[in-house]
Design a protein around this ligand. Structure first.
Ligand code: ARG
Length: 290
């Protein structure tokens, strides 16, 4: 099993809210986290001790294996385990809230979310409006096409209809190839919607992060897709985002991330989702993401 931090995670569901209660590795019981007082309501003023802050984490939970909702509606995935492990290291509690990609950056800017973990690629443009932790995952774009497709490289998409998730780095590369005003770019709210459209023939290809495309193709054999990689795609790295200038939370996350890398937790989580320890995850942030 992954580790004791993930096994101590408790999810409480309230609509789209996924709540992960995290305790340190000290073997306390879950109940210890909640005051014995009537658990009813907002009447926190009456409780003796100030309630511990729960960090609200925004994630667009339609991006397996990084974040998705299971049959019970719980938010699960690699990103969830990573942030849960970081929180356990830091001794804080986190609550995951499903947050549509469109508007996710606003949510952290306005303080509706304390942090975002959503397979977010660190880009220079995004760094102007938010702060990122050190990179925690390497990614690259990947093309999905139907098995009978003639596409063998990114350029081949030029005369075709291409599906992307709006505002992602996949959207950016396709926009560059086809032109800003191209009617051949079909933008979707989520990546699974774009992939459904590929299956039904509404688009000829979908471009998104390799981990997500590969996961989908493997787990939806009936869709009849294959993948096409291209050396022109530049390496990307995921970071956890906080509101610009929120150094307190940023520091906590960076320290926790360094901690779970050092103690083997990161590698265990990585192996749980991707089968083996990462080749490059232990390497320091590349110059590219500076
Ligand atoms: N890595 C890509 C980006 O940052 C896609 C991320 C989409 N994440 C998600 N949970 N839908 O643009």
């Amino acid at each position: 099993m992954a580790n004791n931090t993930t096994s101590r995670r408790v999810f409480l569901q309230a609509g789209l809210l996924g709540t992960a209660t995290l305790l340190g590795a000290c073997g306390k019981k879950e109940e210890a986290a909640a005051p014995a007082a009537p658990a009813a309501s907002e009447s926190t003023a009456a409780t003796p001790a100030a309630p511990a802050k729960v960090y609200v984490v925004g994630t667009d939970a339609a991006y397996a294996p990084f974040e998705s909702q299971n049959e019970k509606g719980e938010i699960v995935g690699f990103d969830i385990d990573i942030v849960s492990a970081i929180a356990a290291k830091a001794g804080v509690q986190v609550k995951f809230v499903n947050t549509p990609w469109e508007g996710i950056f606003n949510a952290v800017a306005q303080g509706d979310r304390d942090l975002l973990v959503s397979a977010i690629t660190i880009t220079d443009e995004r760094k102007q409006s938010m702060d990122f932790t050190a990179p925690y995952f390497d990614a690259v774009q990947l093309i999905a096409v139907r098995k009978d497709s003639k596409v063998t490289k990114f350029e081949d998409l030029k005369p075709l209809k291409v599906g992307v998730q709006t505002g992602t780095t996949g959207d950016e590369v396709v926009t560059k190839l086809l032109g800003k005003n191209s009617a051949a770019i079909k933008r979707f709210e989520s990546t699974p919607l774009a992939l459904k459209e590929l299956e039904s023939g509404g688009v000829d290809a979908v471009v998104a992060d390799n981990g997500v495309i590969a996961h989908y193709v493997t787990n939806n054999a009936g869709a009849g897709f294959k993948t096409v990689s291209d050396p022109s795609f530049t390496p990307e790295q995921y970071g956890i985002a906080v509101r610009k200038g929120n150094t307190a939370v940023l520091e906590m996350l960076n320290q926790g991330l360094a901690g779970i890398r050092a103690d083997g937790t990161y590698d265990r989580i990585y192996a749980k989702y991707f089968g083996s320890a990462p080749a490059t995850a232990g390497t320091p942030a590349s110059a590219a993401s500076k």
